[in-house]
Design a protein around this ligand. Structure first.
Ligand SMILES: [Fe+2]
Length: 161
């Protein structure tokens, strides 16, 4: 818990917490998505299972950082997995619907784009006010931008339709 953290976050802290809760939901949903895909992908995608596993590990790392910031702002991250999906705004996860390589990558891009928008909003709203949240938003934004680029590159060169 961080009383000073919360005080610094100031009047906009409720909006910040709402965005962090959404981020926590998306990151944990993305973790579960990538983990499931890594272990169940079919066809050519089997060759890329390591790539999906690495993404899963990255997303759980992001979730940890978001959870830590929530705790600093005196907010306990939800313990309810059903809430992650609801907070994520990504509709029902159902990773088993995306087990071909192309569909798995395309769905992954949807996740990345959703969090890119979210972290950009979070950076805008915390800039010059709440440096702790701002730094985190920038760090995670850059990580997700890199992932988006990688996914786009792979999709562009994918030789199957
Ligand atoms: Fe992430």
């Amino acid at each position: 818990m961080g009383k000073k953290s919360k005080e610094i976050a100031g009047a906009g802290v409720d909006g910040t917490i709402a965005m962090l809760k959404k981020a926590y939901g998306v990151e944990l949903s993305a973790f579960h998505y990538f983990w499931y895909i890594a272990h169940n992908i079919q066809g050519l995608g089997v060759l890329e299972s390591k790539f999906f596993e690495e993404r899963a590990n990255e997303e759980i790392g992001h979730a940890k950082k978001v959870a830590f910031r929530l705790t600093q702002l005196e907010e306990i991250p939800t313990d309810d997995p059903a809430q992650w999906e609801q907070d994520s705004g990504m509709a029902k996860l159902q990773p088993s619907r995306f087990l071909s390589l192309r569909s798995a990558l395309e769905r992954a891009l949807e996740f990345e784009r959703s969090v890119i928008g979210l972290y950009n909003d979070l950076a805008n709203s915390s800039k010059d006010k709440d440096h702790g949240t701002y730094e985190l938003a920038l760090e995670l934004l850059n990580s997700e931008l890199e992932d988006e680029q990688n996914l786009e590159d792979i999709l562009e060169k994918l030789e199957i339709r």
